[in-house]
Design a protein around this ligand. Sequence first.
Ligand code: ADP
Ligand code: MG
Length: 238
Amino acid sequence: MAEVEFSDVSKTFGDHTVIPGLDLRVRDGELLVLLGPSGCGKSTLLRLLAGLEPATGGTIRIGGRAVDALGPGARNVAMVFQNYALYPHKTVRGNLEFPLHMRALRRGERERRVLEAARVLGLEDLLDKRPAELSGGQRQRVAMGRAIVREPDAFLMDEPLSNLDARLRVQIRAEIGALQRRLGVTTLYVTHDQVEAMTLGDRVAVLRDGVIQQLGAPADLYRRPANLFVAGFLGSPP
Ligand code: ADP
Ligand code: MG
């Protein structure tokens, strides 16, 4: 695990500046929620961090090391998307093992990581099943397992609950929180959902048009919003 730091990071698509220049430090082992309305640049920030998209300016550091010149494969971060696509023809074991095939890991080490992820996520009894035989919640757990097996420096989660129904969302949200605390992996969690942010975040950064409006503990943001946008977005009492 490692600290993640954005220093004056900007992103422009054509003549559209999505992120004008952002500073943010995610502490070692914390779960920081990036909260903001649709289109404010949340996914873009995660994609910059993952190396899926080059930043226009600034520096991104993971564990103190600048990663701007590194491709996605060389950044030890794992992304959990809203549209988690499992391989339908592979078993749970095969899905969990897949991210490890690109690594020069011994078979025994691969096996150890897969079993550890299955244990942590309660998937031990499902290792030989295929995705079609799983519930939505179980599939989401496999998606998280694929992130865990890589033993990443950081988790990047992009609205991982948005495809789930309301009841499952509450359950998986609690599981993500418990899992993150147990593993202590630095996590940047993106959502437009205030309840998710307030429930899960050690700290929450409220984003509007690529600019952080306020960063702090959930209760502090709610009680002492920095401006009307934050107050309105969080539903703080007037
Ligand atoms: P969020 O995840 O907060 O909903 P995004 O980061 O997906 O927002 O998008 C922020 C803005 O950047 C939007 O206006 C979107 O249209 C724009 N954008 C994102 N990706 C691209 C791209 N590849 N090309 C052009 N514009 C993009
Ligand atoms: Mg998004």
